[in-house]
Design a protein around this ligand. Structure first.
Ligand SMILES: [Zn+2]
Ligand SMILES: [Zn+2]
Length: 240
């Protein structure tokens, strides 16, 4: 008998209170609890240019039964947002070190917002001083390369959107850029994306919330066909 694969609900682009533009209630613990309530089995925590809250989210996820993929939303020097999804927190932190080395500037909390590092029990452990909302000096190619070197998956974020989407910034997706998937916004369907971007039909499309507040979690969902709730399962579902 052929194996019937389960459909697993995943929201693979969620910000925490570390992103200056995110709501302060977006603690790692609160995100995981909201995700469990919305029947999400897999989420990815992707803050702007940082992975400092991924440990807390992974630990909170283990207690709640939600698999948290450690991620990051990296801004390239072309002002394009690229998501990195990683097999482990260590891999995300390895890439974070490269990103921090290429991220100039200091945050101004009054102008951009606070950048809270928290643990899995909702204790505040630090405030990041870096200008996380800024652009790195890394090119798109550099970013995809460092993500892949850490065994991660590189995904062009919200390609349908004007701000920081690869198509509006460059006019097209460079054919030699080795992206693993393209993300579309929650208010844009995969069917519409296939119709709008026929030239990119060979890529898997994912849909995520890009949530900056708790209510937005799960408004965009990707159904992964896999029996394995793991990073490997995600990778396998994307390569199909
Ligand atoms: Zn973005
Ligand atoms: Zn985002």
């Amino acid at each position: 008998m052929p194996t019937v694969l389960k459909r697993i609900r995943a929201d693979l682009h969620i910000h925490t209170c570390l992103s200056p533009c995110a709501d302060l209630l977006m603690s790692p613990k609160a995100i995981v609890q909201a995700s469990a309530q919305k029947d999400l089995k897999v989420i990815a925590v992707c803050d702007h240019n940082s992975a400092e809250n991924t440990w807390a989210a992974v630990k909170a996820g283990r207690k709640t039964g939600v698999l948290v993929i450690p991620g990051m939303e990296i801004t390239s020097r072309e002002e394009v947002h690229i998501l990195g999804w990683f097999p482990a927190v260590e891999a995300a932190l390895e890439v974070q070190a490269k990103v921090y080395g290429a991220l100039p500037g200091q945050n101004d909390p009054e102008r951009f917002g606070m950048q809270i590092v928290a643990d899995e029990k909702d204790n505040i452990t630090d405030f990041s001083q870096r200008l996380l909302i800024g652009a790195t000096t890394l090119s798109l190619e550099d970013i995809v390369r460092v993500i892949h070197r850490a065994e991660g998956l590189a995904v062009a974020a919200h390609i349908d959107r004007e701000g920081f989407g690869i198509i509006t910034q460059l006019g097209f997706i460079p054919p030699d850029l080795k992206l693993d998937a393209l993300e579309i916004s929650w208010n844009f369907s995969v069917a519409k994306a296939r119709e709008t971007f026929p030239e990119y039909e060979s890529f898997p499309f994912v849909c995520s919330s890009d949530a900056h507040e708790l209510e937005a979690i799960g408004r965009g969902v990707t159904e992964l066909e896999t029996n394995e709730i793991s990073f490997e399962g995600l990778k396998a579902a994307l390569s199909k």
